[in-house]
Ligand binder design. Structure first.
Ligand code: NAD
Length: 440
């Protein structure tokens, strides 16, 4: 089948590479000429495990190409995937301007039949707006279209595997033709397929992300309770998670959820629910709890340092989670900003996100980017572990101790072994666990 993917960021690039890998003829369209040039030469632009190999192989075998020209993409394929950004807009609403702009341009090039598929995360009823925009802007006689929803559930860091081996595929369609096209495209994928109407599919995506966010905020609330009452949140999570109705995943207390999806998706879901007259207060609480996490961890650092001004804090991990270079909405950067506002000097390290982080938090007098975890702790008064990259768990703690001015660790991800850290001579603070250092 011929497939066009519009927007070749984290989702679009993986989608394009994986469909090409499945034997389809794929055109990737992006408005950024530099990105298109780099992708066309085999440079994936982003760090996402497995993508580079698929990109190279499918460029070489001629099944994948990139262009800035939407007209080319519309002409090339019957199925067009919309993978552009849907960032947070005013008052938490989804900003759908990229979707609207792309739809208008597609409409102006539409001649025969095309199926537009929402892969971007959008609020329920967006397909209705897309269809209306297509109707208003299409000129050619013989132009026809369907709009479908096929939400994306891949996780950054494991996106290629998630795409190729999904736990489910959701197909939201309002016509037989759209259903047949999408079922044919996904025919080789061996997983449950939920085929439903477009609005239900749109809701499934927001409902899924919001529910995962809810689990994270819930366990963080339990962490607050454990700190107040003297319990251990890790054991609470274990005790809860063994109940198969609850499940173990997403019960990890820490610095809260971040990234380019959960925060804005929860808020967009709240807003669309409110617009439809539904009380979304359970999700408002989820959002508020998540916002408190930075205060909680910054508070731990502040208490550990006593006075934060002019102290040097090393931060390990800047990406919003391990195995990605994505720092959009990264809790680690929010923590860094908070510490800067409190007068600290920062030494920052991340295995993959040093470059992307510098766009959001430039290096300067009080911000130093370091090329290794050990380099970052040189002369530090405290170390904050903000993203749970596996390499941090293997650090030589004695060496870390020697390099630091004072031996204080605030482990905002509960990833280090408390006994080992304390045995190496550190004062160790973590999340929702009993503190033997007296600074809960
Ligand atoms: P991204 O910002 O990485 O990529 C978006 C791309 O769209 C950019 O390359 C941009 O240049 C391009 N673009 C914007 N306007 C365009 C236009 N008019 N014509 C052509 N290209 C255009 O975003 P992303 O992280 O890939 O997310 C895309 C969507 O997928 C969002 O709705 C997001 O919520 C959703 N989503 C993301 C993930 C994820 O892991 N990042 C997972 C599931 C769903």
């Amino acid at each position: 089948m011929n497939v066009t993917v519009i927007g070749t960021g984290y989702v679009g690039l993986v989608t394009a590479c994986c469909f090409a890998e499945h034997g389809h003829q794929v055109v990737g369209v992006d408005e950024q000429p530099d990105k298109v040039r780099r992708l066309s030469s085999g440079d994936p632009v982003i760090y996402e495990p497995g993508v580079e190999k698929l990109l190279e192989a499918n460029l070489r075998n001629g099944r994948l190409r990139f262009t800035t020209d939407i007209a080319d993409g519309v002409a090339a394929s019957e199925v067009l995937f919309l993978c552009v950004g849907t960032p947070q807009g005013d008052d938490g609403k989804a900003d759908l301007s990229q979707i609207e702009r792309v739809t208008r341009v597609i409409a102006s090039h539409l001649d025969g039949y095309r199926l537009l598929v929402e892969k971007s995360t959008v609020p329920v009823k967006t397909a209705t707006w897309i269809a209306r925009t297509l109707r208003l802007h299409t000129r050619a006689a013989g132009a026809a279209f369907d709009v479908a929803s096929n939400p994306e559930f891949t996780r950054e860091g494991t996106a290629v595997r998630d795409f190729l081996e999904p736990d489910r595929i959701v197909i939201g369609v309002d016509s037989d033709r759209a259903r047949e096209l999408l079922l044919a495209l996904y025919e080789p994928f061996d997983c449950p397929k939920v085929v439903t109407d477009v609005s239900t599919a749109e809701i499934i995506k927001h409902a899924s992300n919001s529910f995962l966010a809810l689990k994270i905020s819930y366990i963080n609330l339990m962490a607050e309770l454990c700190e107040a009452a003297g319990g251990n949140v890790e054991t609470v999570a274990q005790g809860m998670g063994l109940d198969e109705r609850i499940g173990k995943s997403f019960l990890k207390a820490g610095l809260g959820y971040g990234g380019s999806c959960f925060p804005k998706d929860v808020r967009a879901f709240i807003r669309i629910g409110q617009e439809l007259g539904v009380d979304m207060s359970v999700l408002q609480a989820v959002d508020a709890l998540n916002g408190r996490r930075i205060d909680q961890i910054a508070g731990k650092l502040q208490r550990a340092l006593w006075v934060t001004r002019d102290k040097t804090v090393a931060i390990w991990g800047l990406a919003f989670k391990p195995d990605t270079d994505d720092v959009r909405g990264a809790p680690a950067l929010a923590l860094a900003q908070r510490l800067l506002a409190d007068g600290a000097k920062l030494r920052l390290y991340d295995p993959k996100a040093l470059e992307s982080a510098q766009h959001l938090l430039p290096a300067g007098d009080r911000v130093t980017y370091c090329d290794s975890a050990l380099h970052a702790v040189e002369g530090a008064d405290a170390l904050a572990v903000a993203t749970d990259w596996p390499e941090f768990g293997q650090a030589d703690l004695a060496d870390v101790r020697r390099r630091m001015t004072t031996p204080v660790v605030v482990d905002a991800r509960n990833m280090l072994d408390p006994a080992a850290v304390r045995a190496a001579g550190f004062e160790y603070h973590s999340v929702g666990r009993p503190e033997s250092d007296g600074l809960a």
